[in-house]
Design a protein around this ligand. Structure first.
Ligand code: ADP
Length: 997
């Protein structure tokens, strides 16, 4: 018996547990099957953990089972025992007609009463009690069907009939029922069920039909095979008869044929042996081999199952249907003439079975199974692992009371035997082996196929490889050729690239040159545009001025005509006065003569007037012509500036002329008034002779005054006459004036330089000074300074010119600075873009810079920086001359040298020599001389040391290079500067100058 063992390994334990679970499942299945026989298969199976294969045949729901009332777990393996009572036969009816039956059945109580005698009986309980009317079908379903189902589930099973000969054992078990299927016995019904519930394709059913007689086993299907040995597996205890034929059943009909053959052979054998069939044991051995559903058949996952250890499982179960020999005594069976030994052998197996049953029923430690072949064959059926049903058959006759009692007692003892049913399941190594072999064959074929494929592919690859190698060689040759060609091409391209690079560089240089030219042209264009703008302004101004001139001239001509008319009138008046005088007063002839003289003088004066007016008119016409010429000249770009200056001078001259004409007009007015007075006097003379003389005196005086005025006008006209044809600009006058003043007030200036100015210029400058002084008196410096900030550019220009002229006078400088003139000039330099303003303001700065106090103010207010900036943004020689003059003046103040240097004044001064204009160069030279001299003075006085700041700015090279300059005054300044620098150098450190010199 397989019980749990603590000594098992885990895997073994697991397998053991599985088997135990299956056993329990079978047990349940047994019970469920049992229940299904009684209450319906469908409802009970749902509770099973492991369903028992369903029978294809329907089971009668009302059938009862041997296992219905004993389905507890403890009793599930117990041998079930049913008792069947044979109906009375003819013999019984004859023999026992007067006797009652020895047994009384109580089938509803499953009890049997055995009469001991007429008054007492004993009751026995069985698993089932069949009356004489019990059908074969019901007997099968109650006794054998559960065992058959169990065998189909993989358990061994035994169905055995025990009883006295003639009680119906063979009827119950081996009835063929050829004519009446209802009479079929258990063997046929069991095989019918088995064949219906297996699959011929996967399962096998093999049968052997044997007879045991005299401890010899004979094969009923092959009667020649006798004394077949029993083989017991020492490991499993399985009993087999390898010498017996096993026939694999095809169907039930096949079995019926075999059974019929077996019965025939049994009958023939008994006849031959002169025995009765009741003395032999007939054994139908049915071996069922079933594959576990869902484990072996699934070929698709078969390999996986092997890999995972899921081997195919097969259940090998065995059903034994044993028709035992009659249990009666030998003498009762009619076997007479037998030797005692024979009798012993005939009965040995049955006796041995009884002993084993007894031992098992009494739980004896030793079961004598090996005493007979029957007990060896039934070893698993009683006390083993098979499910066993025993049907005992009895007859009703009292004549066989003892046998009946013996049979009942045998059954009672057998009921006590409990088997431990065990699933006969094992790995289906054969199937596995077959499948694996098939798999191996398949895989071998696949490998062969793959090898052939590989071989084919290898050949193909080798061929392709050869082709690739050929192609590679060819490509390599092509590449080499191509590479050589590309190298040559590369070399050629490099050369081309170098050429292109050189060409590009040339192009680049050319482009740079062109860019410079473009920049230069753009600058020129800008200047030209500026000049054009200025020209248009000048032209407009000139046109206005000319128009004004024309108007003035027209007015003057008109006035002269009026004057002539008046003179004529006056002459007429004089003639009338003369006539009146001649008529009325001889005494006054002398006076008349004088009057005539006066008249003559007046005529002369008038003539002179007319002459002067004519000249003036001519001059004006000339001036007009000249203005037109100037206007034409304005079209020339290179003379624009000069023409502009001329126009400005003319404008100023026109202003002066306008003033003079205004004065003349006033004089003419007064003359007219006087003439009217004379007329009135002449009229009065008629009335008052005495007063005529007085009036004549008065007239004479007035005429004298007129003459005086006339002379003055003549003088002015003369001055205009002389000044106008020269065509010089007020700027030049201003320049000379400034220059004279600069020179006169410079450090180096002497009175000699002042004297060097031409007398005309001095006279003209003096006249201008008079005019300016007059303006200053009338307007006041404060207002003029205020005009410097005017928004009107013309006003600004006039104002800065006046301020520049006023600044030339030292007496005005203090007022100019006091009234904010210096600041206004600095603002102009800082912000104005007008060239005239920059030029004139620079000149004004130069004039103011003559004063030492102003010098400090100019420097402290950034004047040097502004002058340097002005110098840097213009190439106009006049402006540069003004700036250079201003800086030269500032160079004369030693205290300001460092600041002047730091503000870029010295560098700007030196930089202006780029303009080759002699006046500019002269101013630069003067500034250097001033600077060097001041340094020299400071060194001599002992409050300066070190290298000359001038030399630090690189002045020395220029001075040395211009020692032989053409202009005497400039050369003198250069020489003077060099002398001072040499002196300074000698005193401070070096021999630098002397070496250069
Ligand atoms: P055994 O095998 O026990 O010697 P048999 O099966 O040969 O007995 O039966 C003897 C006779 O009794 C047979 O003719 C059989 O037909 C008959 N017989 C036995 N049991 C029954 C039964 N239950 N119903 C009808 N006839 C029976």
């Amino acid at each position: 018996m397989a019980t749990t063992s603590s000594g098992l390994r885990p895997a073994q334990r697991t397998e053991k547990q599985r088997i135990m679970q299956q056993q329990q499942g079978v047990s349940h299945g047994w019970n469920s099957l049992t229940r299904s026989l009684n209450y319906g298969q469908q409802s009970l199976r749902s509770k099973d953990t492991k369903p028992v294969p369903s029978s294809r045949r329907s089971v009668t729901p009302t059938s009862r089972s041997l296992y219905r009332d004993f389905d507890d777990d403890n009793d599930s393996g117990r041998v079930r025992v049913a008792v069947r009572l044979r109906p009375r036969n003819a013999e019984d009816l004859l023999s026992d007609a007067d006797f009652a039956d020895c047994v009384e059945l109580q089938p509803e109580l499953k009890r049997l009463k055995l009469r001991k005698n007429s008054w007492s009986s004993e009751s026995y309980r069985f698993d089932e009690v069949f009356t004489e009317t019990a059908s074969q079908k019901r007997v099968y379903e109650v006794v054998a069907k559960p065992v058959v189902e169990s065998v189909l589930s993989g358990y061994n099973g035994t169905v055995m009939a025990y009883g006295q000969t003639g009680t119906g054992k063979t009827f119950t078990l081996g009835r063929l029922g050829k004519n009446d299927a209802s009479e079929r016995g258990i063997m046929v019904r069991a095989l019918e069920d088995i064949m219906d519930n297996i699959s011929i394709a996967f399962d096998t059913v093999e049968v052997s039909y044997l007879q045991l007689y005299m401890e010899s086993i004979q094969d009923l299907l092959a009667p020649e095979k006798t004394n077949i040995p029993i083989n017991e597996d020492p490991k499993t205890g399985e009993v087999s008869l390898p010498g017996a034929i096993t026939v694999k059943l095809r169907d039930l009909h096949h079995f019926l044929e075999l059974l019929q053959i077996g019965e025939a052979n049994r009958h023939a054998a008994n006849t031959k042996l002169n025995t009765e069939s009741s003395r032999s044991h007939a054994i139908l051995m049915v071996n069922i081999r079933r594959s576990v559903p869902g484990k072996v058949e699934d070929d698709i996952s078969y390999q996986d199952k092997i890999t995972k250890g899921n081997f195919p499982i097969v259940r090998k179960s065995k059903l034994l249907i044993v028709d035992l020999a009659g249990s009666e005594r030998l003498d009762k069976s009619g076997s007479e003439g037998l030797l005692l030994e024979e009798a012993k052998f005939i009965n040995l197996s049955l006796t041995s079975l009884g002993k084993c049953i007894n031992a098992l029923a009494e739980n004896c430690p030793h079961i004598p199974t090996r005493d007979s072949k029957l007990t060896r064959l039934l070893r698993d059926s009683f006390g083993g692992s098979a499910r066993t049903s025993l049907i005992i058959t009895i007859g009703p006759s009292s004549r066989h009371h003892a046998e009946t009692t013996s049979t009942i007692m045998f059954g009672q003892r057998a009921m006590k035997i409990v088997n431990v049913v065990k699933l006969k399941e094992e790995f289906d190594y054969e199937s596995l082996c077959r499948k694996l072999e098939a798999q191996v064959d398949l895989l071998t074929a696949e490998i062969d196929r793959q090898q052939k494929l590989r071989q084919s592919e290898k050949s193909s690859f080798e061929k392709q490889l050869q082709e690739c190698q050929d192609c590679f060689q060819e490509t390599r040759k092509t590449l080499v050729t191509r590479s050589e060609f590309l190298e040559k091409e590369n070399t050629r391209l490099e050369l081309d690239m170098e050429d292109n690079l050189a060409e590009l560089n040339c192009q680049k240089d050319h482009n740079n040159l062109m860019q410079d030219k473009i920049a230069d042209l753009e600058m020129r264009l800008k200047q030209s545009q500026q000049h054009q703008l200025e020209n248009s302004t000048y032209q407009k101004l000139l046109a206005d001025t000319t128009e004004m001139y024309e108007k003035k001239i027209a007015e003057l001509i008109k006035q002269l005509e009026v004057e002539r008319a008046r003179s004529k009138t006056a002459e007429e008046q004089l003639n009338s006065m003369k006539k009146l005088s001649g008529d009325h007063h001889n005494l006054t002839q002398q006076q008349e003569m004088e009057n005539s003289k006066h008249q003559k003088a007046l005529v002369d004066t008038t003539r002179i007037y007319e002459k002067k007016i004519m000249e003036l008119t001519k001059q004006l016409e000339d001036e007009h012509t000249r203005s037109e010429d100037v206007q034409e000249q304005l079209h020339f770009a290179n003379k624009r500036q000069t023409d502009y200056q001329n126009s400005m001078q003319k404008q100023e001259e026109m202003s002066e002329l306008r003033l003079e004409l205004q004065e003349m007009y006033q004089l003419h007015e007064s003359t007219i008034n006087e003439l009217q007075s004379l007329k009135a006097e002449f009229k009065d003379q008629i009335e008052e002779k005495e007063s005529i003389t007085v009036k004549l005196y008065a007239v004479q005086e007035k005429l004298s005054a007129e003459e005086k005025q006339r002379k003055t006008i003549e003088y002015e006209l003369e001055k205009l006459k002389k000044s106008a044809p020269e065509g010089d600009t007020d700027f030049e006058d201003e320049e000379s004036y400034m220059k004279e003043n600069i020179r006169g007030n410079s450090v180096l200036g002497t009175s000699a330089s002042l004297r060097k100015a031409g007398p005309l210029r001095v006279t003209k400058s003096a006249a201008q000074r008079v005019i300016v002084a007059k303006i200053c008196e009338e307007v006041g410096i404060q207002k003029i300074v205020r005009l410097l900030n005017s928004e009107d550019l013309d006003v600004q220009i006039h104002a800065v010119k006046v301020i520049a002229n006023l600044a030339a006078e030292e007496v005005n400088q203090e007022n100019i600075v006091k009234e904010g003139g210096l600041d206004a000039l600095l603002t102009m330099l800082r912000s104005s873009q007008n060239a005239t303003i920059l030029r004139v303001a620079s000149g004004a700065m130069a004039n103011l810079a003559m004063n030492e106090m102003n010098q400090s103010l100019i420097m402290s207010r950034g004047g040097a920086q502004l002058l340097a900036k002005t110098a840097s943004k213009t190439d106009d020689p006049q402006t540069l001359r003004m700036v250079a003059g201003a800086l030269a003046n500032l160079c004369g103040n030693e205290k300001l040298h460092m600041m002047l240097k730091e503000d870029g004044g010295v560098k700007a001064l030196l930089g202006m020599v780029r303009c080759t204009n002699s006046d500019v160069v002269a101013q630069v030279a003067r500034g250097m001389a001033n600077f060097a001299k001041c340094e020299s003075r400071a060194i001599v006085q002992g409050y300066r040391k070190g290298r000359s700041l001038l030399m630090e700015e690189g002045a020395l090279e220029w001075l040395i290079g211009n020692c032989n300059i053409a202009s005497a005054s400039t050369r003198r300044h250069v020489e003077l500067a060099l002398c001072h620098l040499a002196q300074n150098s000698k005193q401070s450190s070096g021999i630098e100058i002397s070496m250069h010199l």
